[in-house]
Every structure is written in C-alpha cells, then in structure tokens.
Design a protein. Sequence first.
Lengths: 478, 340
Amino acid sequence: MASFSSYDTGDFYDEMFSASGQPRPGARLLQQRIDSLSMNELLQRQQAAERALLQRGITFNVYGDNSGAERIFPFDIVPRIIESAEWERLERGLKQRVYALNLFINDIYHEQKILKDKIIPEEIVYSARSFRQACVGLNPPRGVWCHITGTDLVRDRDGQMYVLEDNLRCPSGVSYVLESRQILKRTFPQVFGESRVRPVDDYPGRLLDMLQVLAADYLQSPTVAVLTPGIYNSAYFEHSFLAQQMGVELVEGRDLVVADGLVQMRTTRGLRQVDVLYRRIDDDFLDPLTFRPDSALGVPGLMEVYKAGRIALANAPGTGIADDKVMYAYVPKIIKYYLGEDSIIPNVPTYACWDEKERAYALSHLDKLVVKAANESGGYGMLVGPHATPAEREKFAELIQADPRNYIAQPTLSLSRVPVIVDDHFEGRHVDLRPYILYGSDIYVLPGGLTRVALKKGSLVVNSSQGGGSKDTWVVYE
Amino acid sequence: MLSRAADSLYWLSRYIERAENVARFIDVNLHLMLDLPAGATEQWEPLVITTGDEGLFAERYRAATRENVVQFLTFDRENPNSIFSCLRAARENARSVREIISSSMWEQVNIFYLMVRDLATTTRVREAPYEVFQDIRMASHLFEGLTNATMSHGEGWHFCRMGRLLERADKTSRMVDVKYFLLLPSIADVGTPFDDIQWAAVLRSTSALEMYRKRYQDLSPDRIAEFLLLDREFPRSLHYCLIKADESLHAVSGTPIGTFCNPAEQHLGQLRAELAYAQVKAIIGAGLHEFLDAFQTKLNLVGDSIFTTFFALQPIGRAVTVNMQSQSQGGNGGKGQKQY
C-alpha cells in the first residue's frame, strides 16, 4: 500500500497534513486515492510522468555543465493543494503588490515623489545596478512597466505566507506549470475532476491578450513576438513553448533589425514589422547601443524605437529597480505610500547590510541568517547560514564588508513541507510557491503557480539549478 | 516566415532524411555482403568512399572492418554525418523551431534521437543489425508522416519538403553509385545472377524492389538505373524528388513552374529539365558514375542558392552582419565527390 501512515510531518508546517496527521480538507480526496493504490502502482505513474517529460523534451540546460546535458526538471506527481480561502487572500495580496510596484517604478523614472518625501533613501536607488538612466522619462503604454511578474512566496513554520522575492524582470517557470498540469490530469484523472481544480490552461491566451493590449491602439492586428537568447539558454524550452502556445514568432536578436525607425524581422519574403516584443533577455543585453556594448543577443537601436513608441516591450526596461533585494525591504512602505494600505502578504524581515546597524547585526548572526546578493537570482550568490561551514560564513562576511550595498540578510525560515515519493515511501521536503501575475488592462493572477521542491533532504534551496524539482499546484474551489 | 526558421526547417528534414539514408547505405551493404559468393571477403571500404567521408574515417580507424564502418557511420560523434550526429543536428534545428512544428513532430525527433543515443550503449547493432536499421528507417518515415499529417502545408512545410527531397535525391544517387564502387570479385560476374542479386539489393535498400517489379518485372541494370534516376512516380527516384522540390520552391515564391525569379529556381529548374529529357541509354553510354557525380555537384549548387536566396537575407542597403552560417551539406556533399 502506498500509505501515508508512516509519513512524518516532523516539526514543520505540512502543506498536505495538519499537525494531528489528518489531511487538510482540500487534500482528503487525494490522500484517499493514494492510499488505495499500491506503492508499485504509484511508482509506475511517477515513471510514466517522467517518461512523458523526457519525450516531450521538457528539459532545462545547466549553466557551467559543458557536456551539453539537458535534464528533465525533476517532478513529483503528488500535487500541492491550496485551499480556496487562502488563495483568495493571496490573490488580493499579489494584486496589491504588483499594482503598487508599478506605481513605484513609474514614479522613480519620473517625478521621484517617494524619494523627495524621504520614504526611500535616494542612494539606494542610484546605487542599484538595476537602475537604468536610459529609462528616465519613458512612458510605457498605459504607464505599466511590469507586465509579467513571478512572485516567490514561502510559508514559515507557523503557517504564515511571506513574499520572499518579487521577480519583476523575466520570471520563468510558467511552462512547467502548464505542462505538469497536462501530466497530472492523466496521472490522477478522477481525483482531479472531483477536487474541482481551478484551470491554468488559459494562461497563453491571457498572455497574448495582455501583449496585444500593449500595442499602439491604431494597429488592428499587431505582430507579437517572443525574443529569446537562443536554444542554449536555460529557459529556451519555455520561450518556444509560450511562442507556440500563443501562435506568435519566436525570434532571436539576429532575426531582428532596426530599419526605417521600426524593429523588423528578417523573413523569407523580406523585412516585416514587429509591434510587441515579449522579451526574455535581460535589460543589459537588449540593445548594445544603449546598454552593454558587447551584447550579441540584442538588437542595436531597439531602445530608440522603443522611446519613439513604435514598439512595445514586456517587461519594460528598468523594472529591475523594484526587484533589487535591498529595495525589497522597502516594499511594505511602498505599498503604504502609494495605496495607503498595509501589505496583505507580509515581507520576510530583512537586514540591509548597507545600513551600519543592520550590517553589524547580520555579521554577528551569520550562523542563523540567510544572506543574499542584491542582484543575483537562481539561488546563486547565496549563503544559508545554519547549513554553511565556518569557512563559507567567513567568506560571506568578507564579501559583505567589501560591498555592503550588495547584500541583505534574512532569518532562516523553516519552510513548509510537502510529501514527496522517495524510493518506496513518502518523505517531507521544503517548498515555495511562485504565482504568475499578468498586468495589461487589469491584473490577473494564475491560480496556483509553480511549486518548487528542494529535493535534497533538509535543503532549503528550491532552484532548479540547485537540485530543485517541481509539483503541480492545485487551487481548489470551495 | 523568419529566414532563420526556414533554414532550420529545411535542415531539420534534411538531417532526418540523411540519417535514414545512412541506415539504408549500411543496409544495402549488409545485404550485398550476405550474398557474396563463398570464399569472398567482406568489403566495407566502398561504403565509406561512397559517403564521401573516407578522409575522416582513415584518421579515426585503422581498418575498414564491418564493425569499424558501422560504428563510424552509425554512432561516431566525431563524424558529422553519422546517424547519431545527424539526429543531434536535427534535434538542435527542431528545438529552434519548436514553436513552428507540431508537438508530435518535436516528440518524434526527440524520441528518435534518444533511441539512437541509447542504442550506442548496447550490443544490439551487432546482434540484430537488420532490425536496428529497419527501426531507424521507420522512425524517419514516422517523422515524415507526422510532418505531412500534423503540420499545415504552408511555407514552413514546403521548406521541410525541399530539404528532405534534395537530400534524398543526393543519397539515392549515391546508393546507385555503391554498386559502381563495389569491386566485383571478377569481371566475368557482370551480367551473371550474382550481378542481378546485387542490383536487387540496391533496389531493396531504396525500398524500390516491389515498385520496380510492378513497372518492369525483369531485373536489368539499365532499367534499374532508369527507375531510380528518371521515374516520375517513385518517391525515391531522383526525378521525382526534383519535381516535388521544385513545386515546393515555386509554392514559396509564387512564381509559375517553368519560370524563375531567383537563382534557386533557375538551378533547380535546369536540373529538373535535364532529367525530364534524359535517356538512360545515353547516361550509361557516357558513364553512369560520371553522370551521378555531375548530378551531385549541380544539386549542391541548388542547395547553395536556396541558402543565399532565402536564409542569408540582407536588409537592403545596410551593412549588417548576419550571424547565419550555411549548415553542412555534409562531407558527403557533391564537393566530396571531386576527391575521386
């Protein structure tokens, strides 16, 4: 029997079981179904799911691995379930946050009222590597800068959800959400039907609608394209997947050229105008004439066309300013300042090392804190204090002192766990949650999102580049 | 359609077709060797010569044994025209147009690639070579079938078909040439039952034996050459491949067939006309091998002009470097032919 009877939730918040060992209400059907299967049957389904992922080529490339090996994103078939009431609160919280952050970005590149009112110290903005001088005074369509957000949420031991990171640049992972949902529907068809899971399959359609909204109003049928760095990028699968699902072109920088004041694609019948680019290339590489001159991925002259309002970019360049990990600490104040509201989903307490007092605290508590570089992502440039060796902590202490502006520290949260299949039984593993938020004419939150699992026993790092895997996420109706 | 995407579609099909044809090459030789008279030693070197990669082979292997040649042509990662390398390249191209092809096509390329990659680690190719090469052919057919059945027959599909058929024309011409390079045990064997057996093997490896029988019944070298070179209906004959590739080319440009508006159409039209008005007796009289050699060179010219016409597009009046390179026509492209 594939029973949960020996499953130990440990001293953690478990997403599937309450402390008394009872399944949470939304997970009851799933628990019954899994209990009725033999472990062998369950393992067969797990293998069938992995085979499907490999055959469909749902893989990612690992940087620094020269063998060219692609791996499937490790996947566990037991879904993570979110109750309706909780989801509705999260949804409101995410909309609030994205709305406020967009007002903030627009303010920073225009009047800078929030700086003049001394809510945020000026030097934080100007010292941020993600601040783009070239974006000052720009007016993206409808004043919206960040159209696609992938906010990282985590839950602590007491059950409280926190925002861990905002990810306002090029958040990835949504393709795994859509693909793993396809696989899960086949894995647990009956439970899926009876659990009344909110659909995610309309995401590509919504994404396309949002992108079309960005085009100039006089265009009847704007040409939308997805801009990718190319097939060796770790998220290439997702770029091509989204282009395919939306039925738009997938272009690389070398396919584009600026001619006659327009961004145009090289086609077999000559040049053709592009109106909206969903770009999956960082600001730095977008346009070698404006940003990094050594970029071969971008399009020379793109920013001039953008400034002239003859192409729309999603996300707009410059959104990274609100994504800086030091800026993160100010988001509750940002929400309060622009909306007059308290944040619905709280921040994790954060020590910004550029502040002398907070740095002193961080340095003397490195064994208890998580330290992150302000400008890194993907789990790189990070120290998990309690799990680190004294030498690693020493190294980070030096890094912090050398460049305090670039580091923040946070208490080590005791992330919630989910049961995953390990050999022939279930064990608890830590998870986070990344919902995806679209902002076109209004704000839409994809129900659920990507649940990332730290598959290494005890590990708190869920990034795919660091041995993380994923689960399908079911937001159930009442 | 993006020039880069058209280029990738063209090469995706071309590499799949090439992989299939390398399997056919090995298959024809396996059959020829089976039918050798008692006492004769197996000959594998002609196969390497026909594929045009003998230089690379000599660098990497000592003797042209069956094992070495099969390894070189099937799994060798350093041989850009091995079945494995073709599938790797096909898959890279498929990845870059994954949003244009159907997901069934992508899955089939992926499954095909994984199948050959995994075969390399087993002994199956030694134990059951006929099955293995049959599986490879079927996997390629499945891909072609999926291309025809699941992809809209628009511009992208036409580029797929062009790549596939130009590759096939080239390889069928070489398959006929295998026979030429195979040193017969004795000149006295020409025209004997043994010679017929060899021609039957060539037909079988081009999947042409039954169709040939329906058309001509008796095996005769002239007619076999006529069938594989000039038949208008058999889908692996040179003439058929050029007719269909030409149709696709004109479907892309919109120019009526028989006219041309770019070098690709001009060169392909000329070559097609040459076959349309050729007679097999004249071809054989002037030398079959020489004819095939020249055919392959002209076919390469068609490939080159497709590249310059559609894939290497320069914006007018602008000096922009296009980071686009012509993919390999293969060491076994017609240029390789000139070595001998």
